[in-house]
Structure formats: C-alpha cells, structure tokens
Design a binder for this molecule. Structure first.
Ligand code: RTP
Ligand code: MG
Length: 142
C-alpha cells in the first residue's frame, strides 16, 4: 500500500446546494483524511491555470466560467492509494455513467455541473496541491 495525497475540490454547484458536509462525510467514511482545506472564490486566471491541460477544448471556456461562478472548497486528502480511491468515490465525469452510490451519481447535475474534482495521477496531484497550498498549510495526521 502507498500513502498518497490528492487534491479535491467541491465545485460551485455543490457548495451552492449546501453539500459540503455531505461530501466531507463520504470522504471521511471511506477512510481518507482531510489534511488541508480552504474556501476560495477562484478568479478566471486561477481557474484557467488549474485546468490548463484542457485549454482549447470545446468545454474549456464553460468550465472556467462555471468554476468562477461561486465559492469552492479545496482540500488535500491523504490515505492509502488516495488518488484512485477518491476518483472511485467521485464516480465518472458524466453523472449518467457514474456508478450508484458515488458522489457524482447522487449529487452531480450534468457533465459540467458535476460537483467534485479529484487529481487523476501522482504528477497531477503534486502540481494541483502546490497550486493551492504551501507546505506549511498541510497538516499530516499520521
Ligand atoms: P475533474 O478534472 O474536474 O476532476 O474531472 P474529470 O477528471 O473527471 O474530467 P476531465 O476530463 O478532467 O474534465 C474536467 C472537467 O471539465 C468538464 N467537462 N465537460 N464534454 C464536456 O462537456 C466536458 N468534458 C469535461 C467537467 O466538469 C469535468 O469535470
Ligand atoms: Mg480531470
């Protein structure tokens, strides 16, 4: 088993619908630990930089518009195989394809308004965590 960290975002649609607690409960119930957290209202430059890998794709401008439409909760999760386990907890990008019991199956409204983000690889996790958190803002829990 490998202890990993991953970057999680509760997106504006879910914050707006008061789902922060429900999503945190699922994260904690699955055994992942929140080791850093902050609420932010992203500006366009911050959202564009975060999703730079998707620049030029048809959904990019709409994605940036959505991610800047209201506050988000950003957190670092830690645990064994945290990256894959959190992606599994989220479910597929399109909520119509997400497995029963996943966050997106239960809460996402559409492909765009899909409630949560999770890093998709160790390299992405490292980049995304550093994009939002300084080292001294992360609190290892052991
Ligand atoms: P995320 O990065 O937000 O965790 O989502 P993901 O890995 O499951 O999906 P990704 O391919 O990275 O896409 C990022 C976000 O862009 C929106 N999207 N819209 N065809 C579309 O309309 C489309 N494809 C992607 C979604 O909000 C997705 O979460
Ligand atoms: Mg992604």
């Amino acid at each position: 088993m490998t202890t990993e960290r991953t970057l999680s975002i509760i997106k504006p649609d879910a914050v707006q619908r008061n789902l922060i607690g429900a999503i945190y409960q699922r994260i904690e119930t699955t055994g992942l630990k929140v080791v850093a957290a902050k609420m932010l209202h992203l500006d366009a430059a911050k959202a564009q930089g975060f999703y730079a890998e998707h620049e030029g794709k048809p959904f990019y401008d709409g994605l940036v518009e959505f991610m800047t439409s209201g506050p988000v909760m950003v957190q670092v999760l830690e645990g064994d195989n945290a990256i894959a386990r959190y992606r599994e907890l989220m479910g597929k990008t399109n909520p119509e394809e997400a497995a029963c019991g996943t966050i997106r199956a239960d809460y996402a409204e559409s492909m765009r308004f899909n409630s949560v983000h999770g890093s998709d690889s160790p390299a992405s996790a490292a980049r995304e965590i550093a994009y939002f958190f300084a080292d001294d803002e992360i609190c290892p829990r052991g």
